[in-house]
Design a protein around this ligand. Structure first.
Ligand SMILES: [Cu+2]
Length: 129
């Protein structure tokens, strides 16, 4: 019906839901106060899910000092560690958001949550250009 319904999906697959309910998506984006996917505004913004995954699980950023925001879903606490440096960038409690900062040179990095039991599935690829 609306011209919006034929728009191509511009971002990640998880935005499918927002596209399907395009009228609601506008409201959600407005409430989030951050990026279009509802996460806080940061160079690296991640959701740590109760299913022990990072969403998204791949991020590309430009090198330098990067702002980081991680959001914990309601059921678990998470932390964000850059595997290659061993540095913990941020840690959030259930239902909370935590912020941090990390300086990275160009390269491929892995971000993990090192909370016991989480590291196997909570892994993502960080491409720094
Ligand atoms: Cu975790």
């Amino acid at each position: 019906m609306t011209p919006e319904s034929s728009r191509p999906v511009r971002r990640r697959a998880r935005n499918h839901i927002a596209v399907l309910f395009s009228a609601g998506a506008v409201v959600l984006a407005a409430c989030g106060g951050g990026s279009a996917d509802g996460l806080p505004d940061a160079d690296i913004a991640l959701l740590g899910t109760d299913m022990l995954r990072w969403e998204p699980d791949r991020v590309t950023v430009d090198a330098g000092t990067l702002s980081v925001a991680i959001v914990c879903e309601r059921g678990a606490n998470h932390n964000l560690v850059i595997e290659e440096t061993g540095a913990e960038v941020a840690a959030c409690a259930p239902g909370q958001t935590a912020f941090g900062e990390v300086t990275l040179d160009p390269g491929l990095y892995t971000y993990v949550c090192t909370v016991p039991g989480h590291e196997v599935t909570m892994r993502g690829v960080l491409e720094v250009r």
